[in-house]
Design a protein around this ligand. Structure first.
Ligand SMILES: [Zn+2]
Length: 59
């Protein structure tokens, strides 16, 4: 008999802001235009959001 029990390592992503590795299930994610951004928490998401606002392309 084949033992199909596999150790499934939780998929990890790195936080967009602090680059900390976090399990994908715990990450907060935001869908951007054609990719997904991950954050370890709302704190980082807030920081990212502020950065985006500051780096708005000037017209
Ligand atoms: Zn973070």
């Amino acid at each position: 008999m084949i033992d199909q029990k596999k150790i499934v390592e939780p998929e990890k992503v790195s936080c967009e802001v602090c680059f900390k590795e976090i399990p994908i299930s715990e990450a907060a994610s935001v869908k951007a235009t054609d990719y997904i951004l991950y954050y370890c928490g709302l704190e980082c998401y807030d920081r990212w959001k502020k950065q985006q606002e500051q780096s708005k392309p000037e017209k």
